[in-house]
Design a protein around this ligand. Structure first.
Ligand SMILES: CC(C)(COP(=O)(O)OP(=O)(O)OC[C@H]1O[C@@H](n2cnc3c(N)ncnc32)[C@H](O)[C@@H]1OP(=O)(O)O)[C@@H](O)C(=O)NCCC(=O)NCCSC(=O)C[C@H](O)C(=O)O
Ligand SMILES: [Mg+2]
Length: 284
């Protein structure tokens, strides 16, 4: 299921925190994950559902994609969360710890036609990523790098070497089946330099954006996952140069000493379309 919109910044908001739920209405994020799972204490699981329903009923989230992360079906809250998320009119419902397409089937029995997202954060999920990405209701994947690191018993490394196999498997699966995919969170939310490095790595790998845990992370993610002025300028020059050679019956142009063929023009047009979509999003 394709989703053609910017997803540079995807902010988790605890469903139990009214101040944070309100704050998000004014933040320049492309999407929000309203969380009922890990960000909510056991004592608040039931009340968070009601707090979140009130916030979504009040509205004010504008063009931001509204995704509700429910608790897993192996918990006492999962099924009621799924029903509540559907009733709240969420744009999509995010299921944690998806191991196989059967997990999404079970959710879809409750949520019907609402698009689904999958947390990719278990070893089985990595192995089954192609089948999960192929699910008819799946719109997007979210990397759960904290849970994945826990399951793999890895140590934190700035280059995320121990997670690269999983990140790569999920990226390949998402791209093969045309669903969105956003990178995991950067836990040290006051470390701007570290976040920028990880955002740049995720952008270079092909992620659509990054999940975030604090408003201070938003601008860094938006910048990293937006086409830069240089990229936009290059895309325009590539298109112009290619149209000129095409008009003279040739298939290869040269820009800045590099060849430009039809496939590069596809990327150039995508770059310009993304820049336009981001500008439209900013206008609200
Ligand atoms: C990390 C935090 C606990 C920090 O909270 P706090 O100390 O209150 O931060 P600040 O005082 O700096 O907050 C300043 C204002 O910003 C608002 N705020 C804070 N966080 C958010 C947010 N996420 N969304 C919207 N607004 C937010 C505060 O309310 C303050 O507002 P105001 O008072 O009006 O000025 C906290 O940031 C937090 O709880 N973050 C979310 C944590 C979370 O969602 N965790 C779960 C997702 S991560 C995960 O599960 C990953 C995955 O599953 C995996 O396996 O990897
Ligand atoms: Mg997790």
């Amino acid at each position: 299921m394709a989703l053609d919109r910017p997803l540079r910044s995807v902010l988790y908001i605890p469903g139990s925190k009214p101040r944070a739920l309100d704050k998000a209405r004014g933040l320049p994020v492309d999407a929000v994950i309203f969380d009922l799972e890990d960000a909510v204490s056991l004592e608040e699981k039931e009340s968070a559902r009601a707090t979140l329903a009130d916030a979504l009923a009040e509205g004010g989230y504008g063009p931001r994609l509204k995704i509700v992360r429910i608790n897993g079906f192996d918990t006492e809250w999962g099924r009621d969360d799924a029903q509540a998320a559907k009733d709240m009119g969420a744009d999509a419902i995010l299921l944690p710890k998806v191991n196989s397409p059967a997990d999404l089937d079970a959710l879809a029995e409750i949520t019907g036609d609402t698009p689904l997202w999958a947390m990719m954060e278990t070893p089985l999920g990595m192995i089954n990523a192609p089948a999960i990405a192929a699910h008819a209701k799946l719109q997007g994947m979210v990397m759960g790098t904290n849970d994945l690191a826990k399951e793999l018993q890895t140590r934190f490394r700035p280059d995320r070497l121990p997670l690269q196999t999983g990140l790569g498997l999920c990226l390949l699966a998402a791209k093969a089946h045309g669903c969105a995919i956003v990178d995991g969170v950067y836990n040290a939310f006051k470390d701007e330099d570290g976040l920028k490095i990880e955002c740049d790595q995720g952008r270079d790998m092909g992620f659509d954006g990054k999940t975030l845990i604090h408003p201070a992370q938003v601008d860094i993610a938006n910048a990293a996952f937006s086409p830069s002025e240089d990229e936009i300028d290059l895309a325009r020059r590539q298109i112009t140069a290619f149209e000129e050679v095409e008009a003279s019956g040739q298939g290869v142009a040269v820009v800045d000493g590099r060849i430009v063929e039809n496939l590069h023009i596809v990327t150039a047009r995508e770059t310009l379309a993304k820049a336009d979509a981001i500008a439209a999003m900013a206008k609200g």
